[in-house]
Design a protein around this ligand. Structure first.
Ligand SMILES: Cc1cc2nc3c(=O)[nH]c(=O)nc-3n(C[C@H](O)[C@H](O)[C@H](O)COP(=O)(O)O)c2cc1C
Length: 227
């Protein structure tokens, strides 16, 4: 797994995104109605997939702000922001997979993780395992803010999962981990440790595995006695 540096770089090898038959997306609900796609007012944590200059795909968890009909994202200096400057489209991918959340935040995903959707004769990368994708056109407002226009979206039918505190703890830990890899502060380490304890108590094997990957990618060892 290629580890993202503070400002993650490109996968060094040049991969063209291959077109797959999107069998998993057979019979999705196609709509631009954001509520039907699972996006409500407030901050929606999605995985933003953008296109790198060498045509490969890039993924990162990003908060999608919705207020009535307005959608926007705020981006720090990262690959996602760089990519939107040369191709102003992204797909917002919704997933409950803790491993995808951790690995997209802290490493470069293999290109096999993606498939493509087609809209008006153009192709856009999405995560194969997302339960929903939304194609958005981004317009930069200032250094960090991009407003978004919804072009199309698709949602798979899914069996609801009962709330698991472990999943939310992985998400919180990953937010701290993305800061820890830049600032290496003890406070962030303490927070990751705190959420790791919740994951160990409440999480399924997938959440526990996601936390182990997080620790490897951040090069940290957790110790509950630090709490
Ligand atoms: C749940 C979650 C939400 C995040 N939201 C944002 C965000 O809104 N804006 C941002 O710039 N980074 C956000 N991050 C951090 C980025 O995902 C992280 O810095 C990532 O490495 C950027 O990857 P990139 O360089 O490939 O774009 C978030 C991380 C997590 C775990």
């Amino acid at each position: 797994m290629a580890i993202k540096k503070n400002k993650p770089g490109l996968n060094s090898r040049h991969h063209h995104i291959r077109t797959f038959l999107i069998t998993a997306w057979r019979l999705p609900i196609l709509t631009t109605d954001l509520q039907k796609l699972g996006v409500y007012d407030g901050i929606n944590e999605v995985i933003a997939v953008t296109t790198n200059t060498n045509k490969t795909a890039n993924a990162a968890p990003i908060g999608l702000y919705k207020h009535k009909h307005h959608l926007q994202i705020h981006l720090y200096q990262n690959k996602t922001r760089e990519n939107l400057k040369h191709r102003e489209y992204l797909t917002a991918n919704i997933t409950q997979d803790p491993i995808l959340i951790v690995t997209s935040a802290l490493s470069t995903l293999p290109q096999e993780t993606y498939t493509e959707i087609e809209y008006q004769q153009q192709k856009y990368p999405v995560l194969k395992n997302a339960s929903t994708w939304i194609l958005l056109k981004a317009k930069q407002q200032d250094t960090t803010t991009f407003t978004l226009q919804t072009l199309t979206g698709a949602a798979k039918k899914q069996t609801p999962r009962a709330i698991n505190r472990g999943l939310f703890a992985v998400i919180e830990a990953t937010v701290h981990a993305t800061r820890y890899v830049i600032f290496h502060s003890k406070e962030q380490l303490r927070c990751i440790n705190y959420y790791n304890n919740i994951v160990n108590r409440c999480g399924s094997p997938a959440e526990i595995k996601a936390m182990n990957i997080l620790c490897q990618l951040c090069n940290i060892e957790l110790d509950s006695s630090l709490l």
